[in-house]
Design a protein around this ligand. Structure first.
Ligand code: FAD
Ligand code: NAD
Length: 399
């Protein structure tokens, strides 16, 4: 019998865990497993606010795919996915085509702009290794330029973060922690630097524990961050941002973090989607497609208790990957499929330095205990992916 071809698109949290699990669940003779990714490395998206602000080397957030996956069991193809032709069971790549019997779509997300003009032209919105490097270099250039130009001085040192969700808060946490060092390095008085976080909703971190939100805001304000809450951004321009209340903030740096939508490949390929995400069946297959699984940020899953989608997180992407791998094996072996049910363990967000906030189970954490927990979560992922060796090589000290 012909060995089935399993093709996994995207080497993020979902794709990497699916690939490792499948390579353990299925023997060499049972299936061909192919992983396709844009780069020859895997990166931890959840760490990217750190290299973006310059508090961690980008090298720490990525690893060669071949260093963690067994490429004797998994064929790796470095290429860009252009389109999925589900009716023909084919994936079109920039440099060729792949045929599949089972497909896993784990292509992650793209910035959500909600139609705000100017985001792609004038804001930094790419939460990738290359995107993080660009933001960091730009920030440092602004500081370097300040003492060398007589014009536009204030805008050079004005940094706007759009969105006070977890990404915006974690990024400003890192940047506000680094600003004193940047000021010293570039001979700039601290009071010249303006840090804004602009949020459309009536609170920062909407939906999160109010006491922890207050803790985070107080801490960030003590580092000089100014919040503008209940204040949607209407447009990003060459000179800064325009707000719905008519105000304008002139800034040379706008970092966009107003949420995500699924990969544009999904809509381009004709799948029915909401904001680029496919509302998956309980077994994680795309409705109407027996052989297409969708995981991570490309998948939309409704939390029945509140009738709203679960937020797209690495935590869920990894759990989906486990069930997806199990279900592909079950299809191959004619076994029953599992239903996916997320097991949300909590949420912990870093605030720069040794500060963080979080809820784990029913426990609220802040300060150094939350920071400890955050580092443990980061290390746990490395452990799940590559065992203790990877934690030793790439892990973070929890202290
Ligand atoms: P990703 O991990 O984004 O991986 C997608 C992969 O697909 C990438 O390798 C990409 O290069 C590749 N790819 C994309 N398009 C193509 C293409 N056309 N062709 C080939 N390859 C392609 N979640 C948490 O649970 N906890 C956190 O603490 C947390 N912190 C975060 C911090 C930040 C700064 C950000 C931005 C997000 C954070 N998240 C966190 C959310 C989390 O990162 C995402 O939910 C998670 O990465 C989704 O995993 P994924 O496998 O779907 O996609
Ligand atoms: P998000 O959707 O969680 O937050 C985006 C914020 O931007 C919202 O508060 C929204 O009201 C605001 N916003 C939207 N339009 C705006 C506008 N025009 N002007 C000003 N504000 C606007 O998105 P995110 O922070 O990018 O996070 C994406 C996903 O990644 C989420 O699921 C999040 O939970 C997850 N994440 C988790 C962590 C963590 O657990 N530590 C960290 C980062 C991201």
């Amino acid at each position: 019998m012909k060995k089935p071809n399993i093709v996994i698109l995207g080497a993020g949290y979902g794709g990497m865990i699916t690939a490792t699990r499948l390579s353990k669940l299925l023997g060499h003779n049972e299936a061909n497993i192919t992983l396709v990714n844009k780069h020859d490395y895997h990166y931890q998206t959840t760490w990217l606010h750190e290299p973006a602000a310059g508090t961690l080397s980008p090298e720490r957030t990525r690893m060669p795919i071949g260093s963690v996956l067994d490429l004797n069991k998994i064929k790796f193809v470095q290429d860009i996915v252009v389109e999925i032709k589900a009716a023909d069971k084919k994936v079109v790549l920039e440099d060729g085509e792949l045929e599949y019997d089972y497909l896993v779509v784990g292509l992650g997300s793209e910035a959500e702009t909600f139609g705000v003009p100017g985001v792609h032209e004038y804001a930094f919105s790419k939460w990738t290794v290359n995107g993080a490097r660009e933001v960091k270099e730009h920030i440092e250039y602004m500081f370097a330029k300040y003492n060398n130009t007589a014009e536009k001085k204030d805008e050079l040192l004005t940094f706007v973060v759009a969105g006070a969700g977890f990404t915006g808060i974690e990024f400003i946490g890192e940047l506000s922690d680094r600003v004193p060092e940047l000021c010293e390095h570039y001979d700039i008085p601290r009071e010249k630097v303006k840090l804004y976080v602009i949020e459309a909703a009536p609170t920062a971190l909407p939906g999160f524990d109010p006491e922890l939100v207050e803790y985070a805001m107080n801490l960030l304000e003590s580092r000089g961050v100014e919040f503008k809450i209940n204040c949607p951004i209407k447009e990003v321009t060459e000179t800064g941002v325009s707000l719905a209340n008519g105000d304008e903030i002139k800034a040379e740096t706008v970092v966009w973090a107003t949420g995500v939508r699924g990969s544009s490949i999904i809509e381009k390929s004709g799948f029915e989607a909401m904001r680029g995400r496919i509302k998956v069946e309980p077994d994680l297959r795309a409705p109407g497609y027996e052989d297409v699984f969708v995981i991570g940020d490309c998948a939309l899953l409704i939390n029945e208790e509140i009738n709203r989608p679960y937020p797209p997180t690495a935590q869920i992407a990894m759990q989906m990957a486990e069930v997806c791998a199990h279900n592909i094996k079950a299809l191959i072996k004619n076994d029953p499929l599992k239903t996916f049910k997320p097991d949300i363990k909590g949420t912990v967000a870093s605030l720069g330095g040794k500060e963080a906030i979080g809820v784990v189970g029913t426990r609220k954490l802040f300060g150094s205990s939350a920071n400890f927990m955050k580092k443990m979560i980061d290390n746990r992922y490395l452990f799940l992916l590559g065992g203790p060796g990877l934690v030793l090589k790439k892990g973070k000290s929890p202290f």
